[in-house]
Design a protein around this ligand. Structure first.
Ligand code: 13P
Ligand code: SF4
Length: 316
């Protein structure tokens, strides 16, 4: 009897499919993606890879918006997600009707949305950004004299605003996972590990970002573990990322940033429940049955592609 991994490998070949995984999903899926010619990366590189690869079918191990982004960029490809219920609180917090209303009220502002949004919201935007590109895009827009309407992540938006001094109107969405990181408890942990560098994803609250040595996207935080001289790191992002961090820097010590109250510890709080819906079993199932396919209205697809393509061209 073949293992689930071996069966997935066979199915990927049969369907001319490639597995594209985010750093937060199950380590076994990450390993399999890399072993079969796919990729493990942040959301920007997932999008770029999906667009450039030759595969006929793209299997996204991540959340819904990542599957939609792949489909928008490559409407001719078949894009499947492992679980159609795997969404994101930022996407859920930004319904198209309310968002469109706000855009209509501010025609003088350039609309910039985070990738963690629905296809409809992207179609209403001028630019799509990811955490690795938000600062540079907003700087560029500000230098061109633009005022910005930003959605949906208020924490990332606030971070970008303070770094760039841009005029930004912020939607008030948040990531339920990063919101759980607590500054008071992090201060205590820092005193216990004064040698550690603190790495923070910018979806975290400002009080946590203020304690960081490095603020950056998932790929920037992995690079920091690999390249910085410190041997201990306190990490404030989804703990799925620890797999890749251990792989690139096996001798470094990684500590989860605290997620509850002062000194409290919570094992699963720093893991996204939607990312956790991605398993080897549903990967095999999806390949065998061909379910969970992403379909997007052609007009929405075209409009959303304009906004994403601007980002891909900007970040080449
Ligand atoms: P990255 O683009 O940094 O990988 O972030 C995606 C995400 O959903 C973080 O919560
Ligand atoms: Fe969304 Fe947060 Fe999960 Fe990332 S970690 S997918 S931002 S809910």
């Amino acid at each position: 009897m073949l293992s689930t991994q071996e069966q997935i490998k066979t199915e990927l070949k049969t369907h001319n499919a490639v597995l594209v995984a985010h750093y937060y999903v199950d380590a076994k899926l990450q390993t399999l993606a890399e072993a079969t010619g796919g990729i493990v990366s942040d959301s920007l590189e997932m999008a770029r890879f999906s667009q450039n690869c030759d595969a006929h079918t793209i299997i996204i191990a991540g959340v819904k918006f990542m599957g939609e982004t792949a489909k928008i960029l490559s409407p001719e490809k078949r894009v499947l997600v492992l679980n159609s219920h795997a969404t994101c609180s930022l996407d859920e917090d930004c319904p198209i009707d309310q968002f469109s209303e706000l855009c209509d009220q501010h025609p003088d502002r350039i609309v910039v949305v985070y990738a963690n949004t629905s296809a409809q919201v992207k179609a209403r935007a001028d630019w799509v950004v990811t955490s690795s590109s938000a600062l540079n895009v907003v700087k560029h827009l500000k230098d061109n004299g633009e005022k910005i309407l930003w959605a949906p992540d208020k924490h990332l938006g606030h971070y970008v605003q303070t770094q760039t001094n841009a005029n930004m109107l912020l939607w008030q969405g948040a990531c339920v996972v990063h919101e759980r990181f607590k500054a008071d408890a992090l201060k205590v942990l820092k005193t216990l590990h004064p040698e550690a560098a603190v790495l923070v994803h910018p979806e975290s609250p400002q009080s946590v970002v203020n304690l960081a040595d490095v603020v950056g996207s998932t790929s920037a935080l992995i690079d920091a573990v690999k390249n910085r001289p410190e041997t201990t790191f306190i990490v404030a992002t989804d703990n799925g990322i620890f797999h890749k961090m251990h792989e690139v820097a096996p001798n470094k010590k990684l500590i989860e940033a605290p997620t509850m109250g002062e000194g409290a510890d919570c094992e699963s709080c720093a893991h996204c429940e939607w990312m956790a819906m991605n398993t080897l079993e549903n990967c095999l199932n999806t390949l065998q049955i061909g379910n969970n396919e992403i379909f997007i209205n052609t007009d929405i697809c075209k409009k959303a592609k304009n906004a994403i393509q601007k980002l891909l061209d900007f970040t080449v």
